[in-house]
Design a binder for this molecule. Structure first.
Ligand SMILES: Nc1ncnc2c1ncn2[C@@H]1O[C@H](COP(=O)(O)OP(=O)(O)OP(=O)(O)O)[C@@H](O)[C@H]1O
Ligand SMILES: [Mg+2]
Length: 255
């Protein structure tokens, strides 16, 4: 069963690495305009979940649907080729902890690469949109600079703009600020808050509790490969249903 309203529908995903069961029957949906923040202790499976969504890891069981289309398995019922997968992945914007910008391309070229080479869109149009995106993340003046010349916060803002350049159906973030010097975290969170306000559909793995509390429409709390609790941030942070979530929140509150 797929949910018609869902942009992203994760249905019964499980994944093990050898003897280690990393994800156990994870199900949730993300509707258009939602900002879902995924919280949970280290090792609970958050990154593996994001990697399963775009099939960077192949789930052992379960299905992923993006706007009703199954990811990873094609219409013939067989596993997608690398070419099919890379096409599908252009509909899923991904922002990692480490910036993964192409070092030999300028900032503008980084933004234009996938839309022109993979999506085959006209370069002039892509260029114009890319410049608008750089303005949006406050980096218009860096268009012709190579990534090595940018600060960590600037690189991450380019990473976000690059993900947006593909006009993805959903954006996935895996701890986008955790590799940054503390004074650079704010500028990246500011951009992400703006995207949330605009109603972009996003799934964000983060340890930034303040951000999750005021930018998320919903919290998904994971522990040991399971979704332990899900709900609006007002409820999750003030009166969580589970003892496990209460402990987690207290530990962060204590700093
Ligand atoms: N490719 C892999 N092979 C074997 N084990 C793996 C692999 N990737 C992840 N794991 C294990 O799966 C578990 C979940 O890892 P994952 O990276 O998804 O956790 P996480 O919630 O993202 O943690 P963190 O908050 O530290 O980033 C961990 O025990 C990890 O060691
Ligand atoms: Mg992780």
């Amino acid at each position: 069963m797929t949910n018609d309203m869902a942009v992203l529908d994760v249905a019964g995903i499980s994944k093990r690495f050898g003897d280690l069961q990393v994800l156990s029957d994870i199900s949730f949906t993300v509707t258009r305009g939602e900002t879902v923040c995924v919280l949970g202790p280290s090792g609970s499976g958050k990154s593996t979940l994001l990697r399963c969504i775009n099939w960077l890891e192949r789930p052992d069981a379960g299905q992923i649907y993006l706007n009703g289309d199954r990811i990873g398995i094609n219409n013939g019922g067989v596993v997608m080729s690398d070419r099919e997968l890379s096409r599908v992945r252009t509909r899923i914007g991904m922002v990692f902890q480490h910036f993964a910008l192409w070092p030999h391309l300028t900032v503008l070229q980084n933004l234009m690469e996938a839309p022109v080479q993979v999506q085959r869109r006209p370069a002039a149009e892509v260029r114009e949109e890319a410049m608008a995106l750089l303005a949006k993340v406050g980096l218009s003046d860096k268009a012709d600079v190579f990534p090595a010349r940018l600060s960590g916060g600037q690189k991450q803002r380019v990473g976000i703009a690059r993900a947006l350049a593909m006009k993805p159906d959903v954006l996935l973030f895996d701890e986008p600020t955790s590799a940054l010097d503390p004074e650079l975290v704010g500028e990246v969170l500011l951009v992400m808050r703006e995207l949330a306000r605009e109603g972009r559909t996003m799934v964000i793995v983060t340890h930034e509790m303040g951000f999750a509390r005021d930018a998320a429409t919903r919290i998904l709390f994971m522990d040991r490969g399971r979704v332990v609790e899900t709900g609006p941030p007002e409820r999750f942070f003030v009166s969580p249903d589970t003892e496990r979530a209460r402990q987690f929140i207290q530990r962060y509150a204590a700093g």
